[in-house]
Design a protein around this ligand. Structure first.
Ligand code: FES
Length: 254
């Protein structure tokens, strides 16, 4: 590929046509898949958030509705009181930002491909994208929600007496994937290992190095964790919905 031409084509502020590039590979495939995946998930999650039905049976509760908040006088689905937290965490995620800036905003759609429109790039220093900096705070909320989802796993296992069924298995896998995504967060990696000049100063910094190493391992595959956990949380809700509606079975293993 002629890198000079490709760089010119993708320069913000120019009047290039969208998609102008000298690339000959299938550069459009990744943004297309991302846009399709996001759109399907958003449509499904919105439908489920407003459905306000088929989310709880016995000790099992859908991740879209957990924790269930009965706010007196709240006229809408209780899912809305919860979903803004994981939605905010994902929407401001460093990986997702790259993915949807390319897939939805086409700024640019891929490396070496011209941007959409001719406006100059303002980065994330002006409203509304300056709000992306809230990601580090959404991380704390995401950990809170994740803790509750793990609590739900144990609750579904222990009530009314100890057992293990298919829904509990699906919920467990979902929590593992969500944990891999959450604790591989770039903001958490900075929290674990940032602001230090040396990891071997004392026992505390040595422990932080171990945490940072673990977070780094997860972070190396952050994109995979992001997609698998997005799929799993949607699938977990879908399966629980079908069990609540009496459509799918929930076999007990032991
Ligand atoms: S950067 Fe992706 S979850 Fe924080």
């Amino acid at each position: 590929m002629n890198e000079t031409k490709a760089a010119t084509a993708s320069t913000p502020g120019t009047h290039a046509h969208t998609g102008m590039t000298t690339r000959h590979d299938t550069w459009w495939l990744a943004p297309l898949l991302v846009a399709t995946g996001f759109t399907l998930f958003i449509v499904y999650a919105t439908f489920r958030a407003f459905e306000n039905n088929y989310y709880e049976i016995g000790s099992i509760i859908s991740p879209f509705y957990s924790p269930k908040i009965d706010l007196p006088g709240w006229p809408f689905s209780p899912a809305i009181l919860i979903l803004w937290m994981p939605a905010g965490f994902r929407a401001t995620c460093y990986y997702y930002r790259k993915a949807y800036y390319r897939a939805y905003f086409l700024t640019p759609p891929a490396c070496g491909v011209s941007v959409w429109g001719s406006k100059s790039y303002t980065g994330e220093r002006a409203f509304p994208f300056v709000l992306q900096n809230l990601h580090r705070y959404f991380f704390y909320l995401a950990v809170l929600v994740l803790t509750i989802l793990w609590y739900d796993v144990f609750k579904s296992m222990l009530e009314p007496s100890f057992h293990f069924d298919l829904v509990t298995l699906i919920m467990t896998v979902n929590c593992v994937l969500l944990s891999g995504y959450t604790f591989g967060c770039h903001a958490y990696r900075h929290l674990a290992g940032g602001g230090l000049n040396c990891f071997s100063t004392n026992e505390s910094t040595k422990q932080r190095f171990k945490v940072w190493e673990f977070v780094t391992k997860l972070n190396e595959h952050h994109m995979a964790w992001a997609w698998f956990s997005l799929f799993s949380v949607g699938f977990t809700d879908f399966y629980i919905r079908q069990v609540c509606a009496g459509v799918f079975p929930n076999p007990v293993f032991f």
